[in-house]
Design a protein around this ligand. Structure first.
Ligand code: NAD
Length: 364
């Protein structure tokens, strides 16, 4: 094979040893109370440091942005200190790491919100086909419906932008190489982008430019604090889960790519739609996106070594992110290089729990 996967690639001012990215993976193992990353989390990520870049699990920028119990945050000193231990452990093994900044918007439940307030969204439209994950008052972990959200006031949006910027500053203090703004998978920023969930009549709703405004303000505010060369963005064109309805998502992606050039965004991370039942991205779209966007493009969704090499060979992307294979194989880079067999991921231990199914998969 061409083995392009194992060649370096530079994002911003940072050179990655290879083009295998560890995808952002929710594992729901932050310590309680406080949603703080732990020593066990540091061991898990450090085990996977041979990836060219590790993207952290989605990390709440505020309590308002939280939708799932046991997921970590980046808005308290304790959380920042916990993440510093994680990043230090990854750097000690020669790895690089990006922190994914998360606000779930309406994909939440009052039980995980401070004082039981309603979740927020662009418009007061409930996600009825999706779910949140909570610890019930009796202590039982459980799926829970997404509560009806309230629409954010226009005057509240600068505060949301500031929350992203503050989280990015904390990420830099913790030592991360990049942050990734999560504008995919049906969460707050994609709720603003999508025609179905954004019914606003102010300058943050309506046409494409207006629906993109919040994301672009977030990018500019984060870049002003930490430098655009440290900023990545995740998008999921054609995504259909979490009640996302959007008849303009490919056109929006093209528009955003141009705006990302203007802002100097270092990388664009595409979450492919197929796993959730969305229409696969067309080759023509991939070619157009590569022409439109000047930074590094990575793509994620069900790839293996062969399909990754094939995608790289088309020249439409620079790197490939792998999710489940990295859960079960901390030494995935070596296994792909050697063409050896892989451990099978155990779905029962994806979320919550301890070392089992987390740090104890066998290595070569
Ligand atoms: P699921 O529907 O079984 O669970 C959804 C969420 O509930 C999990 O992400 C987790 O936060 C929580 N959860 C479930 N069981 C839990 C437990 N025992 N303890 C603690 N928390 C628990 O998830 P799935 O079917 O694996 O995911 C559906 C898709 O959503 C996946 O393919 C994935 O790509 C995507 N996803 C995205 C994000 C993100 O964007 N941040 C996070 C998780 C999953």
């Amino acid at each position: 094979s061409a083995d392009k996967l194992f060649t370096p690639v530079t994002i911003g001012k940072t050179t990655l040893a290879n083009r295998m990215i560890m995808a952002p993976l929710t594992r729901s193992r932050a310590s309680q109370p406080g949603d703080v990353p732990t020593e066990m989390n540091a061991i898990y990520y450090a085990q996977r440091a041979s990836a060219g870049l590790i993207i952290s699990e989605a990390t709440n920028i505020t309590n308002q942005g939280k939708g799932y119990s046991l997921t970590p945050g980046i808005y308290t000193d304790a959380q920042e200190a916990g993440w510093k231990k994680v990043v230090d452990a990854v750097h000690a093994k020669g790895g690089k790491m990006s922190l994914q900044l998360w606000h779930v918007g309406r994909i939440s439940n009052r039980l995980v919100q401070e004082n039981g307030v309603a979740p927020v969204a662009p418009s007061a439209i409930q996600a009825v086909k999706s779910s949140s994950f909570v610890i019930l008052p009796d202590g039982t972990p459980s799926r829970a419906p997404c509560d009806a959200p309230r629409a954010l006031e226009t005057a509240e949006l600068p505060g949301i932008v500031a929350d992203y910027a503050a989280a990015a500053e904390r990420a830099m203090r913790a030592g991360f190489d990049f942050v990734e703004i999560h504008s995919a998978n049906g969460y707050l920023l994609q709720q603003f982008l999508a025609t179905g969930s954004n019914q606003r009549t102010d300058q943050y709703g309506g046409n494409m430019q207006n629906r993109a405004r919040l994301l672009l303000e977030v990018i500019d505010a984060v870049a002003a604090k930490i430098g655009a060369d440290k900023v990545g963005v995740r998008l999921s064109p054609n995504f259909v889960a979490h009640d996302i309805v959007d008849d303009e998502s490919e056109a929006m992606t093209m528009y955003l790519a141009e705006e990302f050039n203007r802002a100097g965004v270092a990388y664009l991370h595409i979450a492919e739609p197929d796993w959730a039942g969305g229409q696969p991205l067309s080759d023509a779209f991939r070619v157009d996106l590569r022409k439109q966007y000047q930074g590094v493009i990575m793509t994620c969704g069900g790839y293996d070594a062969q399909t990754a090499e094939a995608r790289l060979a088309t020249g439409t992307v620079d790197a490939i992110a792998f999710g489940r294979p990295f859960i079960a194989n901390s030494d995935l880079v070596a296994r792909y290089q050697q063409g050896t067999t892989l451990n099978t991921p155990d779905q029962a231990t994806f979320y919550g729990g301890d070392e089992v199914g987390y740090t104890d998969y066998p290595v070569l």
